[in-house]
Design a binder for this molecule. Structure first.
Ligand code: NAD
Length: 323
């Protein structure tokens, strides 16, 4: 058992989180993570409407009686999304933990707080972490350059980002980006965090509701298999380095804008990859942690393994060195 301020604050057994993942964060995965004693998040925008989110939360509750949360990412989208209505759906469903990402959660905090919702805000820089703490979020998920999805524009990996943040942030912080095993968890604790957030690692689990070929691609790839798209638009996204990602980067080099690149990088196309296993149909998020992922366990096998191996590293390996 590893107890931290994070496990205490959020009432979970293990300091392990499955963060928001567009098209992946559905009830099958989130409930399996919760049942494994970790903290899972449904991804709000994966559901086409707020009403569908209400149904997905209810479906997840049928699959677990443990706590879980909802991720709400506020970034530019190709089709406008009604964020206020998604927030109402989250609150009316009785969700008490929300992971916000992409933009400051300040405008929504009063409403969440009034309804007893705790906020974990995902940040990609120390300065954003300081601001989030100042406006009153409950915890920070600090996302290093290694991560899948949007790493921000500073390109600071976690070996520096996490301790730099821990130097100035007082609320509980978890590490995100490049984490996939027990060594990552122990390192995150050593660097000043209270737990880890993992995305790509949870995609390669039996319960992840995505095509087997995507899971096998994660296992078969290494830390060099990602690509950074949308850099020129200052909305960088780390995705699997397939032919569509390369096409998008080539278009960026030609100076093309979102109007022309959008049809290639659209999430709707990435969703088809997850559903059909047609690996070149669109872009799909993946992190450098692919270099550490070599199997497709159940969520429980994964979480149990990470925690038990982390305990062994702390007690036997590090404890022995200190003695
Ligand atoms: P989408 O199809 O609307 O957009 C595809 C990509 O283009 C996204 O990266 C988006 O941020 C970017 N984009 C759209 N309009 C843009 C603009 N005007 N300028 C610059 N970039 C632009 O995205 P989606 O797949 O439907 O996902 C919905 C939202 O969730 C997006 O904002 C996406 O970035 C975000 N997301 C969240 C997670 C998560 O883990 N929560 C993971 C991946 C993506």
């Amino acid at each position: 058992m590893i107890r931290t301020r994070f496990t205490e604050m959020f009432g979970v057994q293990h300091p392990v989180v499955q963060g928001g993942m567009q098209w992946v964060g559905r009830a099958e995965l989130t409930s399996a993570v919760a049942n494994a004693g970790a903290l899972g998040f449904l991804t709000a925008l994966t559901q086409p409407t707020p009403e569908d989110l209400v149904k997905e939360i209810a479906r997840c509750r049928e699959m677990t009686d443990k706590p879980f949360g909802v991720n709400l990412t506020i970034l530019p989208t190709l089709v406008p999304r009604p964020y206020g209505e998604y927030i109402d759906a989250i609150i009316s469903s009785g969700i008490k933990i929300v992971e916000t990402a992409g933009n400051s959660p300040k405008p929504f905090l009063p409403k969440f707080k009034e309804n007893g919702v705790k906020i974990i805000h995902k940040c990609t820089s120390v300065r954003h972490g300081i601001s989030a703490e100042k406006v009153g979020v409950d915890a920070i998920s600090m996302d290093g350059f290694e991560c899948a999805g949007h790493p921000g524009e500073d390109d600071i990996p976690n070996l520096v980002l996490l301790p730099a943040a821990a130097n100035v942030i007082k609320i509980p912080m978890i590490a995100s980006g490049g984490l996939a095993d027990a060594r990552g968890l122990v390192a995150a604790l050593a660097l000043g965090c209270e737990g880890v957030n993992m995305g790509t690692r949870f995609m390669a689990t039996k319960e992840a509701p995505i095509h087997q070929r995507v899971k096998e691609a994660i296992v078969g790839s290494d830390e060099r298999s990602t690509a950074l798209i949308l850099r020129t638009l200052r909305n960088t996204s780390r995705v699997f380095g397939n032919s569509v990602a390369k096409k998008a980067i080539a278009m960026e080099k030609e100076g093309k804008g979102i109007e022309e690149i959008g049809p290639y990088v659209a999430g709707a196309k990435g969703r088809v990859v997850y559903e059909t296993g047609d690996m070149e149909h669109g872009i799909w998020s993946a992190g450098t942690s692919m270099g550490l992922i070599n199997d497709i366990p159940t969520c429980k096998e994964l979480v149990d393994r990470i925690v038990s191996e982390a305990e062994a590293i702390i007690k036997a390996r590090l404890g022995g060195m200190a003695a």
